[in-house]
Design a protein around this ligand. Structure first.
Ligand code: GLN
Length: 539
């Protein structure tokens, strides 16, 4: 009997039902019962990874320690579980095909015709069991992206069908997420879309074991019984997923609904231990009982789509709870900012974060905003491109290098304070070629960064091509912008700060990727604390 148990999560009726949050919440409950749990996501699109996708297409690209550019749901998995994911936790159709085609070129199929079944499905099954086969996990939860019935999802659904047959239903179950819409004209909840979706899954040979029904209204006993009867599941396996105030409520809602117990029962595992959610509940209580409200501006060029900055927004929620402060994020489109309207647009903010990004659109707006907060002693936090813009602003307006720029924006700029790393100069392909994943950084004693981290050395995740140009370091430092975090291998600046400013810090890496509910990121916590103090001086 295999040691590792598998739970597959599929979606029906429509996208955006919250498969990622349900998967993460279930994982959270199983972990809280002492089971070693991991989550992985299989995405049916043809990009090899989401690294080349515009945030408008698919939201933020999440980066793991090992430098994988992944789906943003992996961020939820890490935030809910406080365990790291890796390249193996996110697989796309592009990666599956790439691997099968490489095997074909090496002649590994011994003259056979290479086909979707069995070659693509075998590759999918192998990867679905990769983390499980390490023996490290009791439970592997796999979220299948997309919606059943989509042409591109079919090989994944077929792979799940085969796995269930091979491993046995007591080792491998399917949770299907559907929508139970409310028709206000009829004042009724409707189960038909769920019935159809379950039927579509059955056409592919899979009978869902558990149905998680997204709804805006409570599901009555009658509705639950009706869904159970028509969809071949036990009534207790019809789980209501009602809209929540915060995604962090969902594990407790799933606990109330008994999702973890139904899953354990189907997988023939004991459910005698109660999940220990003490720390989680403590976090929720701090989150819901703030003692102060503050407003922090988030300047970026993708602010229309909340998912573009998912990890940053979540990191603020963690840091807000840690400080017992409600952080209201005010999104500011960088293209709408000019030196003239900064006072009006940034008025009333208690802090400003300039977001990561690529390309020249909106950068002058970011620079204007940074000048405003630097001069007005408002707490400032710059991440990646935000840090690079802070360096440019300082070079231009404090040192007087009027044409300071990044070679990303003006390739032949005469003062490239931000420039391409040497090893990037040869790079031609866009996908997977940035400086990615975890890199070490040594902190200067006595710096704000050192005081915040309380450590001499840290390692953080990166995703960029450009760097602070060390030819300008001396000039920046002597004028007051110090590099207080340095990569010990390359000597490149990882952190810059202005000592004479109440809180002005820029980081070349992405701290937001490492913030979790149970371990809020120290930089976000310290920034929120600084903004909260600033807010108190304004009241
Ligand atoms: N575009 C910048 C670079 O490539 C910053 C990237 C980012 O903000 N993630 O260096």
């Amino acid at each position: 009997m295999p040691k590792t148990k598998y739970v597959f999560v599929t979606g029906g009726v429509t996208s955006s039902l919250g498969k990622g949050i349900i998967s993460a919440s279930l994982a959270n409950l199983l972990q809280a019962r002492g089971l070693k749990t991991t989550i992985q996501k299989f995405d049916p699109y043809i990009n090899v990874d989401p690294g080349t996708l515009n945030p408008y297409e698919h939201g933020e690209c999440f980066v793991t320690d090992d430098g994988a550019e992944t789906d943003l749901d992996l961020g939820h998995y890490e935030r809910f579980l406080n365990v790291r994911t890796s390249q193996a936790n996110n697989v796309t159709t592009g990666r599956i095909y790439q691997s099968v085609i490489e095997k074909e070129r090496r002649g590994e199929f011994l003259g056979k015709t290479v086909q979707v079944i069995p070659h693509i499905t075998n590759e999918i099954k192998e990867r679905m069991q990769l983390l499980g086969s390490t023996g490290e996990y009791d439970m592997v939860i796999t979220e299948i992206g997309g919606t059943v019935g989509d042409i591109e999802s079919l090989p994944y659904i077929e792979a799940v069908r085969q796995l269930r047959w091979e491993l046995g239903r007591e080792n491998c179950i399917v949770i299907h997420l559907t929508l139970v819409p409310y028709l206000s004209a009829a004042a009724e909840l409707k189960t038909k879309p769920t019935q159809h979706s379950v039927k579509t899954l059955m056409e592919s040979g899979i009978n869902a074991d558990v149905l998680v029904c997204r709804t805006e209204h409570e599901l009555s006993k009658d509705i639950r019984n009706k869904i159970a009867l028509f969809c071949n599941v036990k009534p207790e396996a019809v789980i209501q997923s009602i809209d929540a105030d915060t995604i962090y409520d969902v594990p407790l809602m799933m606990l109330d609904e008994g999702l973890d117990r139904v899953v354990l029962d189907l997988l023939t595992l004991p459910d005698n231990l109660e999940p220990d959610l003490t720390n989680w509940k403590e976090f929720l209580s701090r989150l819901k009982n703030p003692k102060q409200r503050i407003r922090i501006g988030l300047v970026g060029k993708y602010v229309e789509l909340q998912d573009s900055y998912k990890s940053i927004l979540e990191a603020f929620i963690h840091a807000g709870a840690a400080n017992e402060v409600k952080v209201e994020i005010v999104s500011i489109h960088s293209e709408h900012l000019t030196p003239e309207n900064c006072t009006e647009k940034l008025e009333g903010l208690h802090g400003l974060l300039v977001a990561p990004g690529f390309g020249s659109r909106g950068i002058e707006g970011k620079i204007s905003a940074i000048k405003y907060v630097r001069e007005n002693n408002i707490p400032f936090f710059g991440i990646c491109l935000g840090m690079q813009m802070a360096v440019i602003e300082f070079a231009r307006n404090v040192i007087g290098i009027k044409d300071a720029n990044s070679t990303e924006m003006v390739e032949d700029t005469s003062n490239p304070v931000i420039s391409l790393m040497d090893e990037q100069k040869e790079v031609e392909n866009k996908g997977g070629t940035m400086r990615l994943g975890t890199w070490d950084c040594t902190l200067s004693p006595g710096s704000r960064a050192h005081e915040i981290y309380q450590k001499d050395a840290i390692s953080e995740r990166h995703r960029h091509r450009y760097e602070l140009n060390n030819l300008y370091l001396e000039q920046l430092t002597s004028n007051g912008l110090k590099a207080t975090g340095i990569n010990p291998e390359t000597g490149l600046a990882e952190i810059v700060e202005i000592e004479s400013h109440p809180w002005f810090l820029g980081v070349q890496y992405h701290p937001e990727y490492k913030s979790t509910v149970l371990a809020p990121h120290p930089l976000f916590s310290a920034f929120v604390q600084a903004c909260s103090q600033y807010a108190k001086t304004k009241n």
